[in-house]
Design a protein. Structure first.
Length: 201
């Protein structure tokens, strides 16, 4: 009896130890590269906030040493999330929660965002080296000569709420431009219903 209980207990512990691993995530803290940042927005989503007045030159075609990024840039611009990781075979690996350390081989990081002041868009793609890292991070080792392709283009469909999609109509008040929600319609709807049912009685 003791032997079978011990065997069961040791099997459960061994299984738990083998199936659980430390938690890694791509972004766990705000990161700055030049004047660009990755930080959480008011909804808690990790977003890319670019500055178009940085030393990272914009390259509309990702040519020359950046030609490796042309296909992944095109793929990223068709995705609905503003920050994504891709494999060398251009498979979507995940978004901001993807742990770079877990993937063997080349991993691309692409991020799109909108500059607050001008409303202009910027998308960058690079080879991801580690979590909590993008661009030419100041003080980080191994970033000398890192190739980053940056273009002044944004995505036409963005579902994570990080920025206004290309071609969307923004309200001048600075709201997210999401249009009317059911909550916005509730007070007038209730007034109409109360008037309607009040007239029936």
């Amino acid at each position: 009896m003791f032997y079978s209980a011990f065997t069961l207990f040791s099997t459960v512990i061994t299984t738990l130890l083998l199936t659980t691993s430390p938690s890694f995530a791509a972004f766990t803290l705000p990161i700055k590269s030049g004047n660009d940042t990755v930080e959480r927005n008011s909804a808690g989503t990790w977003c890319y906030y670019p500055s178009l007045n940085t030393s990272t030159p914009l390259d509309p075609a990702c040519t020359g040493t950046k030609a490796d990024f042309r296909s992944v840039m095109d793929l990223h611009l068709r995705q609905p999330r503003s920050i994504n990781y891709y494999s060398a075979s251009l498979s979507l690996l995940g978004s901001t929660e993807f742990p770079v350390i877990s993937s063997p081989g080349k991993v691309y990081l692409c991020m799109s965002g909108q500059e607050d002041e001008s409303g202009r868009y910027k998308t960058i793609c690079e080879v991801a080296e580690r979590d909590n890292d993008f661009g030419l991070v100041e003080g980080a080792e191994g970033n000398d000569g890192k190739v980053v392709c940056a273009v002044e283009i944004g995505q036409k469909n963005v579902t994570d709420g990080c920025y206004f999609p290309v071609g969307s109509q923004q309200e001048e008040s600075g709201s997210l431009g999401r249009g009317l929600s059911l909550y916005d319609l509730t007070p007038p709807f209730l007034v109409i219903l109360s008037l309607y049912f009040g007239c029936l009685s």
